[in-house]
Design a protein around this ligand. Sequence first.
Ligand code: SF4
Ligand SMILES: [Zn+2]
Length: 137
Amino acid sequence: MTAASWALRAACRGIDLEAFFTESRTGMEQAKRFCAVCPVRRDCLAEALQAEDQSARYGVFGGFSAAERTDMVRRQRRATPKAAPVPKQPRQPAKCGTRPGYQKHIRERTEICGPCRQANTDADNRLRRTGTTKAAR
Ligand code: SF4
Ligand SMILES: [Zn+2]
């Protein structure tokens, strides 16, 4: 099943997604209520875990907040026997005009610049349309 086909059955399809991208507890709880009854919750979570920037998770997907997904991945990693260490890639600073850039503003509580705001809106619109924030290739 492709991302687009499961996204058609998403409980959050067509609704205002603001609650899914808020830092407020009430907003997140509201979003999670959609996820709780969503038939594609597993696909959504799997897609989020696979597609999102591990150092800059954001939003509620598959019923889990960004912090909860980070915990989940950490726990999974701890449970998995260690493979040979992968050399660490130097972290690229998030650029303005990208969604990670937007997320960086949020994290660092700096003023969100126009290009970042636009990039985030574009990503939200993509999510609405396709079920993923990734740009089409
Ligand atoms: S965020 Fe994912 S799990 Fe939650 S309602 Fe939307 S598609 Fe379903
Ligand atoms: Zn910016």
